[in-house]
Design a protein around this ligand. Structure first.
Ligand code: F6P
Length: 538
């Protein structure tokens, strides 16, 4: 169990509060002017993954105080507990060992004294062999992944991000929503005779997934008959019995352990649709990249430890500067589902208000995560990022190598990424706006009327991440980087990052309302809910 930590009672907290009203308010441009080494001191790189945090509203003193905060929160002890397989998911009494899913043979991962790697390796090999079998089967053209949350967002995001690595693999589709139009819109273009359906559900009880899986089964049986289900359906679950009961051939049910959380599960059998898309070799590179980040996270000194530093920037922004959201801006169309993926990974992990001691925390916790691929976002919400009344720190993710054959596009894309970070920090003063208007021949009356609207106050923080390429390895690194950032933040915020009780109440009430609509006696609801139930169902 991770020790409770009371952020606001820590020594570092007092220093950080003072620093927030001094260094935290200084223009970053001024900090650059004072320290010609600032960029040198505030960037680091590991294996084709580069991060520049020099445009954050942070001074050297602030960084030291943040490292001190992390140390008071015993983050290193927590990291050891995480990698040792201790039951740090304390409310469910489970270890948190998704890193084992990307381990090498010979690495050390134990749960309750039991070496988990032999089983991980065995399932990995069986699952990858099956994926390659599907890729080699000319009769299978389409794969449909039916799952939701962690059983959908990770595989969907990775499959999209690595579209260039498909190399003749089947088309992979994703169905998650219990809105039937999601399933319908995917199935209407498909031929059951050339389709493999993978039902992915850790529990195999999730309402949305089971509704979609049963409807997909009916669609299949109508034209192909019951007997071919075993050929055209596979499942991924910790609930092997339920998957077998659904009618899936035992050889095509891929299990995993409860120490892999849903939102951290793409590294194992939940990644089957990814492996079908990109093949076993590329899937192994994805795992290799994540493992590289695991090793970096465990071994890099604090001042170069990328997930640690990123986590601390987030704590600084949220707790000390009062910024409520974290924007994720991938300058890569292939990463356009990355913000949505990270919403679950981060907000389901750190959107909590009860501390590890069972008491309500007295500080801010998880930021709202949102974003969109650049440059699309620039023509939508960047207006608010540059001139809105609230400040939203951004992570810009750029990729050095071109991701398409249109290299001219790539140059433009990267120029936009770099320009946005500069614009957010430097802004544009009233004097500059006015003198530019004068030079362009504007009348004084026009200058007086319009110039204030053209001012950018600047000093809006960003972190800039550059991947050498959007290849399986660098993508693995990127995902593991954010996983470890989330872990460190949870340590410092004193919350239980690996449960998700907050999603339960809505599920229970939806089941109850559904039963009431089907004839059960109407229970206790507030007047608005009763009126809505009546309005919708009569
Ligand atoms: O939304 C809650 C949740 O439990 C997620 O944590 C999980 O990823 C998702 O539902 C799907 O669960 P399952 O894989 O068990 O169907």
């Amino acid at each position: 169990m991770l020790k409770p930590f009371h952020l606001r009672a820590s020594q570092a907290h007092k220093r950080l509060v003072a620093l927030a009203s001094s260094d935290g308010q200084r223009p970053v441009t001024e900090l650059f002017a004072k320290n010609s080494n600032r960029f040198e001191e505030m960037h680091a790189e590991t294996d084709g993954f580069f991060m520049d945090w020099s445009k954050q509203r942070i001074s050297k003193a602030t960084m030291e105080a943040l490292f001190e905060l992390a140390s008071e929160a015993n983050w290193k002890e927590g990291r050891t507990a995480l990698f040792s397989g201790d039951a740090i998911n304390q409310t469910e009494g489970r270890a948190v060992l998704h890193m084992a899913m990307r381990a090498h043979e010979g690495d050390n991962f134990h749960v309750d004294g039991h070496d988990v790697l032999p089983e991980v390796m065995e399932v990995r090999e069986t699952m990858l062999a099956f994926a390659d079998e599907i890729r080699a089967d000319s009769k299978i053209c389409d794969v449909v992944n039916i799952g939701i949350g962690g059983s959908d967002l990770g595989p969907l995001m990775v499959t999209k991000a690595l579209r260039r690595f498909r190399d003749g693999g089947p088309n992979v589709h994703f169905v998650s929503n219990v809105d039937g139009s999601h399933l319908e819109s995917v199935l209407e273009g498909l031929n059951p005779a050339t389709t493999l359906v993978i039902v992915v559900s850790k529990t195999f009880t999730t309402q949305e997934t089971m509704a979609n899986a049963n409807a997909a089964k009916d669609w299949f049986v109508q034209s192909m008959g019951e007997s071919l289900i075993q050929k055209h359906f596979a499942a991924v679950s910790t609930n092997l019995e339920a998957a077998a009961h659904f009618g899936i051939a035992p050889r095509k049910v891929f299990g995993f352990s409860d120490w892999v959380g849903g939102r951290y599960s793409l590294w194992g059998p939940v990644g089957l649709s990814i492996a079908c898309s990109i093949g076993s070799g590329n899937f192994r590179s994805l795992l290799e990249g994540a493992r590289c980040m695991d090793v970096h996270f465990q071994q890099a000194p604090d001042h170069e430890n990328l997930p640690l530093i990123s986590a601390l920037m987030g704590i600084w922004s949220r707790e000390y500067l009062g910024f409520e959201t974290q924007v994720i801006l991938p300058y890569a169309q292939d990463l356009d589902r990355f913000p949505a993926y990270l919403q679950q990974a981060d907000m389901e992990s750190n959107g909590k208000s009860t501390g590890r001691d069972g008491k309500r925390v007295s500080h801010a916790t998880g930021a709202v995560v949102w974003g969109e691929a650049g440059t699309n976002g620039q023509h939508a919400f960047y207006q608010l990022l540059h001139q809105g009344t609230s400040i939203h720190p951004v992570d810009i993710i750029a990729v050095k190598a071109s991701m398409s054959r249109y290299s001219g596009h790539h140059e433009k894309l990267l120029a936009n990424a770099v320009a946005q970070a500069e614009a957010l920090m430097v802004g544009k003063s009233a004097e500059k706006v006015q003198s530019e208007m004068k030079v362009s021949g504007a009348e004084q009356t026009e200058i007086d009327a319009v110039s204030a609207h053209r001012v950018f106050e600047g000093n809006r923080p960003s972190t800039f991440i550059v991947l050498d390429d959007l290849d399986p390895k660098r993508l693995g690194m990127l995902i593991a980087f954010y996983e470890h950032r989330i872990f460190v933040q949870g340590m410092i915020w004193n919350i239980c990052s690996f449960d998700q009780w907050g999603v339960e109440l809505g599920k229970v009430l939806a089941t109850q309302i559904l039963a009431e609509w089907k004839g059960e006696e109407i229970g206790d609801h507030d007047p608005s809910t009763l009126a809505l139930m009546k309005l919708i169902r009569g």
